[in-house]
Design a protein around this ligand. Structure first.
Ligand code: PMP
Length: 997
C-alpha cells in the first residue's frame, strides 16, 4: 500500500473491510501493528470528516474506547488524494480496536447489554457538551427524517404484507409525532448497531471494549441514540423488549433519559428497524449484491413481526421501569383513588357473603395450592377449598393479588418464562352467584374465552374519569356462559347492577367456581383477553398497570401478597448461622419453595427441570410417599425395641429385591450411617480394619468414612490416607490406567485389588473391600466388565469381605437391573443403601448375610434411636411400591437410553465432549479441552452447569477435576425432558465461552 507509506511512513499489508459507504482497509505492519485506512467516498464533505476526527479524538481523550485519527508525516489528520479522474478523495488513518462485534457473540447476557448501554451513556455525556455545526446535517439514517425516508423507499419492498407491517409502525410513530418538537437534541453517534459494538475475549461475562464507525454522527434526538442501540440489541431475542430494557437501564444509569424521551423510545426503535429494512430494499434494487446492507435485513424483519405482538405502551412501561420511573403513571393515580374511596364502592358479590371471608394462600410455596396432583382433580380441589371456607363459617374464599402461583406453569405455558404473578383477586363462591358492579361504568367488552384454556366469559367495565376519579377498567373473569346473553357492550351499569353470574368449573378452565376481579389502568389495546397473570421478570410493570383491587371489596380487605424476602436477604441471614463449609450452589443461588415430580420451583414459580437430584427417586413430593409419611406419623412413631409390623413388612419387601443370602437388615438414617455400620460389621467379621478403597470414591461424612474416601482425604483440606487404608486406581476406562478398547480392562484394574489383598494376606490380615457399584463423586464411572467379579474373588481368597456402596445408584436407576452390583454379576457380603431409599426422608439401610451378622453378634446391643422407625419404614415401603407401580426401572432404561443416545450425538458437534457414559438414568458427560490429552475442561463445565440452570435445567458436576456433568434425575424423567436437556446442552455448548470463540 503505497498510500500508507507515502502519507504515514508505514509499511503494511492491506485488507478491505466491509463498509456501506467508504472504502476501509485494515492495514497490518510487519510487526503486527494494525490501523484502519479510511477513504471517504466521492462527495463526502471535508467539514463533516474534520468534525468526525475532532469528535473521535475528544472521545478517545475522555477514555471512550473508540478509534481516533492519526496524523500523516506532515501532521495532518486528513489529506486529499486525487482519484483516477483527478477528483479529490479524503484519506484518514485511524487506530484499530481489537474485539469481536456483538452480532457474532453468544449469548447476549443481560449484563453485556447493560454494559453496552452504559458505554453509549458515557459517550453521550461527552457528545452532549460538543457542538459541531457541520454535523447538523441531512442524513438518511437520521431518525428525525425517518418517517419520510421510510415512506419514500417503502415501495421498494416487494411483499405487500411487509409493506403493511411498515405502515403499522409509521402509524405508531405518528401517535408520538406531537411530542417530537419538545425533545432534547444533541450530537449523537447514531449507529450503535451490533456490528459497531466490540466486545472482549470470551469469558463468563464479556467486557465491552469498543465502539466503531462515527460516519453517521448527526445532531438528532438525544433519545435516538439509545433507541438505535436497543433496536439492534433486540434482534434474535426471545424477549426483545427485555433486551432493550437492559440497554436502556445501562444508558440511563450514566446519562439519564427524561420521561418524555422514554415515551418515544419504543417508536424510535421500531422506526430504526423500519428504516434499516426499507433502505436495504431500496439499495438492493440499486446495487444487487451489496452484502453489507443485507446483513441485518432478515433478523430485522423477524423482529418487526414479533414486535407487532407487543402492546407499544407495555414496551414503554417496561422501558420506564428500566429507568426507575413508575412504569404506568396512571396506575399510581388509580391505586390512590381506590385507596381513598373504599367507601364509595359497592360489593362485587352479595354483601352478606363477605362475612368471615377466608383468605387462601396460593403462593408457590403456600399450602392452599396443595400438591399439583390435586389440581388435576378439580372436584377434590374445589371440595378442599370450599370445605375450608365452611370450616371457618365463611361464605367466600379470597385469593390474593400479586401472588406468584404455581398453577400457570403447565405445559401450555412451556417455552419462555411462565406467567405466575396473579394480577387480580379471586372470590371463591358457589357457581351461579350474581356478580355486581362495584361502581357505575360502561360495559366495553364481553368475551367468551373458549380457547384451549376455556376459562370462560370475561366482562370488562370502563369507569370513565369523573371529578377526582381517573379513568380505569374493572375485569370480571370466569363468569357463566349465561352472562353472554344477558349483557352486551355499550350497556351502562349502575353500582350494584348485576354484571353476570359465577361460572361452573366446566366453564372455568376446570377451576373451582370463582370470579377473578382485576383493576386495569391501561387496556394496552387488549380486549377481553387482557392477561390475568404476568411473568415474574415483568412483575413491577404489570402490578403498576393493574393496581390492587382490594379496595373494591368494600371493606378493609387487604389482599396484596406481601413481598417475600429476597434471595440476598435469605443468604445473608443464613451466613450468620452457618459456616461457609455448607456451600450454596450457583452464582445466583436458587431459593426453592416447592418440588413436584422432576421439577423444583423457586419462589417466583419458575420451574427447574431437575436432572441431578437422585434422592427424590420417584419424584419430588410423590403424593403416595407423602401420604404414607403423614399417615404413619399421625399413628405411631417409635423405635425398634417395640414390635410393629412396618419394620418387618419393609424388611421383607426390601430383601425380596436382593439376591440370597442378603437377608439381614439394619435400618439407619443416612448413607453415611449405613457405611459406618457396614465398616463395623466388616471389622467384626475380619477381625481387622485394613481397608481397600478405590481412588476417587466417597463413602460418607463421618470421621471413619472420610478416612476411607479418597475423594475427601486426597481432596481440598484432606489429610491423605491413614495407614490402614489402601487405595487402588479408579477403574475409569476413559482416562484411567487402562482404557476402553484395550483388552481385559476390568481384570487389569482388579489386579490392583488382588495385589493389595495379597499383601494383606501375606501379613495375616483379612481385607475389607468397599466399592460403589457405579462411581458417583469420582465422575459418574461405569466399572469395566469383570472388575468387581475379579476383585471380589481376590478379596475373598484373602479371607476378606466385600461391601457394595449402593447409596447413589440403587433402586432401579441403572435400568437393566434393580441394583448396580448386579450389572457386574456379583453378590456382595454387605450392601449399603441411602439417598433414594426414602425419596428424601432420612433413611438408610445395611443388608448383609446371616454369617456376617452373626460375627457382629458379640453381646453388645446395636441400637439406633431413629433407625427403622415406623414412619421411615412406611416411607421406604411406599417408595418400593411406587417404583413397581409406575414401572420406574423400565422408565430409567427407556428414557436413559434415549438421553444417552442424544448426548452421544452431541459429541459429533461439540469437540468439548470427550465421553458420554453411564447406565439408565445415571449418566456422565466428561468435558475435555483436548480429546487426545484429555485436559479437563473444568471452567467450561462450571459455566455449563451455571448456564443450564439459567435456562431452567439443573445439572451437577463432579470427578477429580470437576469436569464431568452429572445427570441423575428423579426416575419419573420423561423422554420430553431428555430431549429438552439435550437441546439445552447443545445450545449452551455452542456459546462462546465453551466453544472457545
Ligand atoms: N456413599 C456414596 C456413594 C455417596 O455418594 C454418599 C453421599 N453423596 C454417601 C455414601 C453418604 O450418604 P449421606 O450423605 O446420606 O450420609
Amino acid at each position: 500500500m503505497e498510500l500508507a507509506r507515502e502519507l504515514y511512513g508505514i509499511d503494511v499489508t492491506a485488507n478491505e473491510l466491509p463498509s456501506e459507504r467508504d472504502q476501509n482497509f485494515l492495514l497490518t505492519t510487519a510487526n503486527g501493528e494494525k490501523f484502519v485506512l479510511k477513504i471517504a467516498n466521492l462527495g463526502a464533505s471535508p467539514q463533516v470528516l474534520a468534525c468526525q476526527n475532532e469528535v473521535m479524538s475528544r472521545l478517545a481523550q475522555e477514555g471512550i474506547p473508540c478509534p481516533h485519527p492519526l496524523p500523516t508525516l506532515r501532521g495532518q489528520l486528513m489529506c486529499e488524494v486525487p482519484d483516477e479522474d483527478g477528483e479529490p478523495l479524503f484519506v484518514r488513518l485511524v487506530t484499530f480496536l481489537p474485539g469481536t462485534p456483538l452480532a457474532l457473540v453468544k449469548p447476549h447476557t443481560p449484563a453485556i447489554l447493560r454494559k453496552i448501554g452504559r458505554l453509549f451513556g458515557s459517550m453521550d455525556r461527552v457528545l452532549a457538551s460538543l457542538s459541531c455545526p457541520a454535523l447538523a446535517r441531512e442524513l438518511q439514517w437520521d431518525l428525525q427524517s425517518a418517517p419520510s425516508t421510510i415512506r419514500r423507499y417503502k415501495a421498494d419492498i416487494r411483499d405487500a404484507g411487509r409493506r403493511s407491517l411498515i405502515d403499522g409502525y409509521l402509524e405508531l410513530f405518528d401517535q408520538v409525532a406531537d411530542k417530537l418538537a419538545a425533545l432534547r437534541r444533541m450530537l449523537i453517534h447514531n449507529d450503535g448497531n451490533d456490528y459497531n459494538v466490540l466486545v472482549g475475549p470470551p469469558a463468563w461475562e464479556r467486557e465491552v471494549v469498543g465502539v466503531l464507525d462515527f460516519g453517521d454522527m448527526v445532531v438528532s434526538y438525544a433519545a435516538a441514540e439509545p433507541a438505535v442501540v436497543a433496536a439492534y440489541a433486540m434482534l434474535g431475542k426471545d424477549d426483545p423488549v427485555g433486551a432493550a430494557a437492559e440497554v436502556i437501564a445501562g444508558y440511563h444509569s450514566v446519562f439519564p433519559l427524561r420521561e418524555e424521551e422514554v415515551e418515544v423510545l419504543f417508536p424510535l426503535m421500531c422506526m430504526r428497524l423500519c428504516l434499516s429494512v426499507c433502505l436495504e430494499a431500496h439499495q438492493r434494487g440499486l446495487v444487487p449484491g451489496n452484502e453489507y446492507l443485507s446483513v441485518s435485513a432478515q433478523p430485522a424483519w423477524d423482529l418487526l413481526e414479533r414486535l407487532k405482538e407487543v402492546p407499544p405502551r407495555l414496551a414503554e412501561y417496561r422501558l420506564r421501569d428500566a429507568c426507575g420511573y413508575a412504569p404506568c403513571p396512571q396506575g399510581e393515580a388509580v391505586a390512590k383513588w381506590l385507596a381513598e374511596n373504599r367507601h364509595q364502592v359497592g360489593p362485587v358479590v352479595a354483601p352478606e357473603l363477605m362475612a368471615n371471608a377466608v383468605l387462601f394462600d396460593f403462593a408457590v410455596g403456600g399450602c392452599d395450592a396443595g400438591a399439583p396432583h390435586l389440581w388435576q382433580d378439580v372436584a377434590a380441589f374445589s371440595k378442599a377449598l370450599f370445605d375450608k371456607i365452611a370450616a371457618r363459617q365463611g361464605k367466600v374464599g379470597l385469593g390474593r393479588y400479586a401472588e406468584a402461583r404455581p398453577f400457570y406453569t403447565s405445559a401450555l405455558f412451556a417455552g419462555g418464562e411462565p406467567r405466575t404473578v396473579h394480577l387480580g383477586v379471586d372470590l371463591f363462591v358457589p357457581a351461579g352467584q350474581p356478580v355486581l358492579a362495584p361502581l357505575e361504568g360502561t360495559v366495553v367488552s364481553v368475551q367468551d374465552n373458549a380457547g384451549p384454556l376455556n376459562y370462560g366469559p370475561t366482562v370488562i367495565l370502563q369507569h370513565e374519569a369523573k371529578g377526582q376519579r381517573p379513568e380505569f377498567y374493572t375485569l370480571y373473569g370466569h363468569l357463566s356462559r349465561k352472562t353472554l346473553t344477558s349483557i352486551k357492550p355499550g350497556r351502562r351499569l349502575k353500582r350494584g347492577d348485576t354484571i353476570g353470574w359465577v361460572g361452573e368449573s366446566s366453564e372455568n378452565g376446570g377451576w373451582p367456581p370463582h370470579v377473578h376481579l382485576q383493576v386495569i389502568a391501561d387496556m394496552l389495546g387488549y380486549r377481553g383477553d387482557f392477561p390475568g397473570v404476568a411473568s415474574p421478570s415483568q412483575r413491577a410493570v404489570w402490578l403498576s398497570i393493574c393496581p390492587d383491587p382490594s379496595p373494591l371489596l368494600g371493606r378493609s380487605f387487604d389482599l396484596a401478597a406481601t413481598e417475600e424476602l429476597s434471595t440476598r436477604e435469605l443468604l445473608a441471614r443464613r451466613s450468620k448461622h452457618f459456616s461457609p463449609v455448607l456451600s450454596v450452589a450457583y452464582r445466583r443461588p436458587l431459593h426453592l419453595v416447592r418440588g413436584y415430580r422432576q421439577f423444583l420451583y423457586d419462589r417466583d414459580g419458575i420451574p427447574y427441570l431437575d436432572a441431578v437430584n437422585n434422592v427424590p427417586h420417584v419424584g419430588h413430593s410423590h403424593p403416595k410417599v407423602v401420604e404414607a409419611a403423614c399417615r404413619q406419623m399421625a399413628l405411631l412413631n417409635t423405635n425398634t425395641r417395640y414390635l410393629y409390623e412396618e419394620l418387618v413388612a419393609y424388611a421383607e419387601r426390601l430383601t425380596a429385591t436382593l439376591p440370597e443370602p442378603l437377608r439381614i437388615c439394619f435400618f439407619v438414617n443416612s448413607g453415611s450411617e449405613a457405611n459406618e455400620l457396614a465398616l463395623r460389621l466388616a471389622e467384626a467379621f475380619t477381625g481387622g480394619r485394613e481397608t481397600i478403597v478405590v481412588d476417587g470414591a466417597y463413602h460418607g461424612n463421618t470421621t471413619s468414612l472420610i478416612d476411607i474416601s479418597p475423594y475427601k482425604f486426597n481432596g481440598p483440606g484432606g489429610q491423605g490416607a491413614p495407614s490402614y487404608v489402601h487405595v487402588v486406581p479408579t477403574p475409569d476406562p476413559y482416562r484411567g490406567l487402562y482404557r476402553q478398547g484395550q483388552a481385559h480392562v476390568g481384570k487389569n484394574y482388579a489386579r490392583h485389588v488382588q495385589q493389595a489383598a495379597d499383601e494383606l494376606r501375606a501379613r495375616g490380615v483379612r481385607p475389607i473391600f468397599i466399592c460403589e457399584s457405579l462411581m458417583g463423586c469420582a465422575g459418574q464411572i461405569v466399572l469395566p466388565d469383570g472388575f468387581l467379579a475379579e476383585a471380589y474373588r481376590a478379596v475373598r481368597e484373602a479371607g476378606g469381605i466385600c461391601i457394595a456402596d449402593e447409596v447413589q445408584v440403587g433402586f432401579g436407576r441403572v435400568g437393566t437391573h434393580f441394583w448396580g452390583f448386579q450389572t457386574q454379576g456379583v453378590v456382595p457380603d454387605i450392601v449399603t443403601l441411602g439417598k433414594p431409599i426414602g425419596n428424601g426422608f432420612p433413611l438408610g439401610a445395611v443388608i448383609t448375610t446371616p454369617e456376617v451378622a452373626a460375627a457382629f453378634h458379640s453381646g453388645m446391643e446395636y441400637f439406633s434411636t431413629f433407625g427403622g422407625n415406623p414412619v421411615a419404614c412406611a416411607v421406604g415401603l411406599a417408595v418400593l411400591e411406587v417404583i413397581g407401580e409406575e414401572h420406574l426401572q423400565e422408565n430409567a432404561l427407556r428414557v436413559g437410553s434415549k438421553l444417552k443416545a442424544g448426548l452421544t450425538e452431541l459429541m459429533a458437534r461439540h469437540e468439548l465432549i470427550g465421553d458420554v457414559r453411564g447406565m439408565g438414568l445415571f449418566l456422565g458427560v466428561e468435558l475435555v479441552l483436548d480429546r487426545e490429552r484429555l485436559t479437563p475442561a473444568t471452567e467450561q463445565a462450571a459455566y455449563v452447569v451455571e448456564r443450564m440452570k439459567e435456562l431452567g435445567v439443573l445439572l451437577g458436576r463432579d470427578g477429580p477435576a470437576a469436569n464431568v456433568l452429572k445427570i441423575k434425575p428423579p426416575l419419573v424423567f420423561s423422554e420430553a425432558d431428555a430431549e429438552r436437556l439435550v437441546a439445552t446442552l447443545d445450545r449452551v455448548l455452542d456459546e462462546d465461552f465453551v466453544a472457545g470463540r
